[in-house]
Design a binder for this molecule. Structure first.
Ligand SMILES: [Zn+2]
Length: 234
C-alpha cells in the first residue's frame, strides 16, 4: 500500500472540499444580494413617488374642474342678483355666492399645497432616479465580480480534481476504496499523522510501547491509531 500517495490523495480531497465550500459561500454572492436589495428598494421608492405624483395630479385636476364649476355657478348667481328685487332673495343669493367664494378659497389653498407637494415629489423622484442609475451600475459590477469569482473557484476545483484523478490512476483500486470508506467514517480524515507522539486525527497521545509496535510494522502496511482507528502515516 502506497501510504504517501494515499495521504496526498487525502490532501487533495481536503483542498477540494475546502474549495467547494468556498465556492458555495463566496462573499461576492452576499455583495450581489445586497446590491440587488438596494436596487429593489430604490425601485420601490420610485414606484411610491410616481404613485404619489399620480394621486396629486388627480386631486389637482378635480380642484381645477370644481373651480370652473364654481366660476360658472357664481357668474349665474351674479346675473340673477342683478335681476332680483326682493331683499330676502338678494340676501339668499349673496349668501350662496359667499359660500362659493369660501369654497373656492379653500380649494385654492389646497391647490397650492398640492403644487408644493408635487414639486417635492418631483425633486425626490429626480434624485431617486439618479440613485437607481448608480445602483444598477453597482449591481452589474457585483454580478461581474461574482461571475469572475465563480469562474476562478471552478478553475481551482477542476485543477485539484485533475491532479487527484492523475494521482489515483496509479493507486490500487482496493486501497483507494478502503481509503474512501475510511474517509467517510472518520469525518474526512482517514489518514492521520503522528506529531510529537500524538495522533493528529483524535489528538490523543500514543504510548511509547504502541509507538514502538507501530514502528515495527511492515512499511507497506498502515498502522492504526489505538484510540480512533485512523490510519497513521509513518
Ligand atoms: Zn487517533
Amino acid at each position: 500500500m502506497d501510504q504517501r500517495a494515499l495521504f496526498e490523495v487525502q490532501r487533495l480531497d481536503t483542498a477540494i472540499d475546502q474549495a467547494r465550500y468556498g465556492a458555495a459561500h463566496l462573499p461576492e454572492r452576499g455583495a450581489l444580494k445586497d446590491a440587488s436589495a438596494r436596487l429593489v428598494s430604490i425601485r420601490s421608492r420610485i414606484a411610491d413617488l410616481s404613485h404619489e405624483q399620480g394621486l396629486l395630479g388627480t386631486e389637482l385636476a378635480g380642484i381645477e374642474k370644481r373651480d370652473t364649476e364654481i366660476a360658472t355657478h357664481r357668474a349665474r348667481l351674479e346675473r340673477q342678483l342683478k335681476t332680483v328685487i326682493a331683499p330676502r332673495e338678494a340676501e339668499a343669493l349673496q349668501h350662496q355666492i359667499a359660500t362659493l367664494v369660501s369654497e373656492r378659497e379653500g380649494a385654492d389653498q389646497r391647490g397650492l399645497e398640492i403644487l408644493e407637494a408635487a414639486s417635492v415629489a418631483d425633486a425626490s423622484l429626480t434624485e431617486t432616479r439618479v440613485d437607481e442609475i448608480e445602483a444598477t451600475r453597482k449591481m452589474a459590477m457585483a454580478e461581474a465580480t461574482l461571475h469572475d469569482a465563480e469562474t476562478e473557484a471552478d478553475r481551482v476545483i477542476e485543477e485539484l480534481s485533475a491532479a487527484r484523478a492523475n494521482l489515483v490512476s496509479s493507486i490500487d483500486a482496493r486501497d483507494l476504496d478502503m481509503y474512501e470508506s475510511r474517509r467517510v467514517t472518520h469525518a474526512g480524515v482517514a489518514i492521520a499523522e503522528i506529531k510529537h507522539g500524538v495522533c493528529s486525527g483524535c489528538h490523543m497521545e500514543i504510548s511509547v510501547s504502541e509507538l514502538d509496535a507501530i514502528k515495527r510494522l511492515p512499511s507497506d502496511q498502515f498502522a492504526e491509531c489505538p484510540n480512533c482507528t485512523r490510519w497513521l502515516l509513518r
